[in-house]
Design a protein around this ligand. Structure first.
Ligand code: BG6
Length: 488
C-alpha cells in the first residue's frame, strides 16, 4: 500500500475527551517521531470547550509526556505540536461547521490536502456530526481524500447499527468510512494471519479433522471502575463480544484471502460470521453461561439489583466445510484472575494411545496457544518422553515470544491511524460485518434479558469467572485453559 505524501489534516471531534489525550495524540506523535506521517500533518481539535490552540497545545504537552513516557523529547514535540490547532465548535450547530470549513482552508493554505475526520465524541453524536460535515461540503473529495473514522460502539443493536450505516452513507461512501476496532490494530492479532497463511505447517491441521475445539478468552483483571454508568447499559456481550472477540474469532476461522488487501480480507472475515449457527429456543441456556462479579451492583453508576453480565461464555458453531462440528468457546469477563487475551487451538487426541499407561498421568492432546496480550507470543504443547524412563510421557512446550527486545509493542492506534490516513481499510470493520455481528449477538442479549434467561451466577473477583462455567465445560468433557501468561 502506497503511503501518501500528500499534506494531511486530521480533524478530531471530541478533542477534549480522554481518548484524544490518552491514545490519539500519543499515537500520532510516536509516528511523527518515526517519520511516518505525511508532511505536513496538521491536527485540528474540535469540541465545545472555549480554549485557544495555545491552551490545547499546553494541555497536550503534559498529557503526551505522561503517556509516551521515556519516548518524549522536547525538540520533536515542538516540531510536531507546531501543527496542532484548536477550533471550538458544537456538533449540533451547522454554522460552526461552515466556520470549521473556512478555518481548514485557511490553515491548509488552499493546497490540495487529504483529510481524516476522527469522531471521538459520544456515540449519540456520530450521525449528526456526519450530517453536518456533509452540509458544510466537508465530505467532497475533489481536493484530496476525505475519510471519516468512527469509534466504537457502532450501534447498540442491529437496528441502530443499520440506521447509523444508512445515515452515514448519505454523506460518505463506504470506502471513505473507517470503523475502529482497536483489537485489529494489535500486532499479535495481525500475526495470527501471518502464522496461519505465512507458513505451511499449521494450515493443513487447522480444521475439523484435527481440531477438537477452539477457546478464545479475553480476561480482564480490572473491574468496571468508574465506567459503571456506560457499562451497565452495555454489558459484556456488547462491550467485548460483538466487536473484539468476534474479530479474534474471524481471523482464527477465516479462509485465506485471494490477496492481502482490504476488501479480500474483509470478504473472508464476514463469511465466518455468516456461517455462525444462530441460537434457537433452549440453546440460549445450553450454549452459554452468564455471570456478574460480587460487588458489581455497588459500583458507582450501577443501579442496585442490576442484572447486567460482567462475564459471559458462549459456545458457537461455524457451520462451514472447515469447521462443522467444532465448538468455538468464547469467554470474557471483568474481575478475573489476570489480564490475558489468548486463543487456544485444542487438537484432537491421537486415534490410539500407545503410551501413557501410567496411572498418575493422562497425556493431554496437543494445544497451540496464541497469546494476544500481555505476554505476546505462541506456545505449542506436545508430549515427549521423560529421559531415562521407560516410555513415560510428559507435556513439553515450545515457547515463542513475539518481541524479545523487551520493548513495549506499539499501541494499536499507531497502526490504525496511519492506515486510515493512507486509505487502507483492511483493519477496519465494514458495514456488513458490523451488522452481521449484531445479528448474532442481538438474539442472545434479548434471550438473556427475558424472564427465561439462564441464571446470572455471581463470582468472586480474582478467579476465572463463575465456577458453573468450569463445570459446564467439564460436562462437555473439556477444560478451560486457565493459565495466566508468564511475563518475561
Ligand atoms: C474496550 C472496552 O473496547 O476494550 C473495555 O470498552 C475493555 O471495557 C477494553 O476494557 C479492552 O481493551 P484492551 O486493549 O485493554 O484489551
Amino acid at each position: 500500500m502506497d503511503r501518501t505524501t500528500m499534506p494531511h489534516t486530521m480533524v478530531i471531534f471530541g478533542a477534549s475527551g480522554d481518548l484524544t489525550s490518552r491514545k490519539l495524540i500519543p499515537a500520532l506523535y510516536r509516528q511523527f517521531q518515526r517519520g511516518r506521517l505525511p508532511k505536513p500533518t496538521r491536527i485540528v481539535g474540535v469540541s465545545r470547550s472555549p480554549f485557544s490552540s495555545e491552551d490545547w497545545r499546553n494541555q497536550l504537552t503534559e498529557t503526551t509526556a505522561k503517556y509516551v513516557k521515556g519516548e518524549f523529547d522536547n525538540d520533536s514535540w515542538k516540531a510536531f505540536s507546531n501543527e496542532i490547532y484548536y477550533h471550538p465548535g458544537d456538533i449540533g450547530n451547522e454554522e460552526d461547521f461552515h466556520k470549521l470549513a473556512a478555518f481548514l482552508t485557511d490553515i491548509e493554505k488552499s493546497q490540495t490536502t487529504d483529510r481524516t475526520y476522527y469522531l471521538s465524541t459520544m456515540p449519540q453524536l456520530y450521525a449528526t456530526a456526519v450530517e453536518q460535515l456533509g452540509k458544510a461540503s466537508l465530505n467532497i473529495d475533489t481536493h484530496g481524500h476525505r475519510r471519516v473514522v468512527i469509534e466504537k460502539p457502532f450501534g447498540t443493536d442491529l437496528a441502530s447499527a443499520q440506521a447509523l450505516n444508512a445515515s452515514i452513507h448519505q454523506t460518505f461512501r463506504e470506502d471513505q468510512i473507517y470503523r475502529i476496532d482497536h483489537y485489529l490494530g494489535k500486532e499479535t492479532v495481525q500475526n495470527i494471519l501471518v502464522l496461519r497463511f505465512g507458513n505451511t505447517i499449521f494450515e493443513p491441521l487447522w480444521n475439523r479433522n484435527y481440531v477438537d475445539h477452539v477457546q478464545i478468552t479475553v480476561a480482564e483483571e480490572v473491574t468496571v471502575g468508574r465506567r459503571g454508568d456506560y457499562y451497565d447499559k452495555s454489558g459484556v456481550l456488547r462491550d467485548m463480544f460483538q466487536n473484539h472477540i468476534f474479530q479474534l474469532m474471524m481471523v482464527t476461522a477465516m479462509e485465506a484471502p485471494v490477496r492481502y488487501t482490504g476488501e479480500f480480507v474483509r470478504d473472508e472475515k464476514v463469511k465466518v460470521l455468516q456461517a455462525v449457527r444462530p441460537y434457537r429456543g433452549s440453546d440460549f441456556s445450553e450454549f452459554g453461561v452468564r455471570g456478574q462479579y460480587a460487588g458489581y451492583a455497588q459500583e458507582e453508576g450501577v443501579p442496585e439489583g442490576s442484572q447486567t453480565e460482567t462475564f459471559a461464555a458462549l459456545k458457537l458453531y461455524i457451520d462451514n466445510w472447515r469447521w462443522r462440528g467444532v465448538p468455538f468457546y468464547l469467554r470474557s469477563g471483568k474481575g478475573m484472575s489476570c489480564r490475558s487475551s489468548q486463543i487456544v487451538i485444542q487438537f484432537r487426541e491421537p486415534p490410539h494411545m500407545l503410551f501413557g499407561e501410567q496411572k498418575s498421568y493422562r497425556p493431554e492432546a496437543n494445544r497451540l496457544v496464541i497469546q494476544i496480550q500481555p505476554a505476546e507470543g505462541v506456545q505449542l504443547f506436545f508430549q515427549s518422553k521423560v529421559p531415562d524412563s521407560d516410555m513415560r510421557l510428559r507435556l513439553s512446550e515450545l515457547d515463542f515470544r513475539f518481541d524479545s527486545s523487551g520493548k513495549e509493542l506499539p499501541d494499536a492506534y499507531q497502526r490504525l491511524l496511519l492506515d486510515a490516513m493512507a486509505g487502507d481499510p483492511g483493519l477496519f470493520a465494514r458495514s456488513d460485518e458490523v451488522e452481521q455481528a449484531w445479528r448474532i449477538i442481538d438474539p442472545i442479549i434479548s434471550a438473556w434479558k427475558s424472564p427465561a434467561a439462564p441464571t446470572l451466577h455471581t463470582y468472586e473477583a480474582g478467579g476465572w469467572g463463575p465456577t458453573q462455567c468450569s463445570e459446564w465445560m467439564e460436562e462437555q468433557g473439556r477444560t478451560w485453559f486457565d493459565v495466566c501468561p508468564v511475563l518475561s
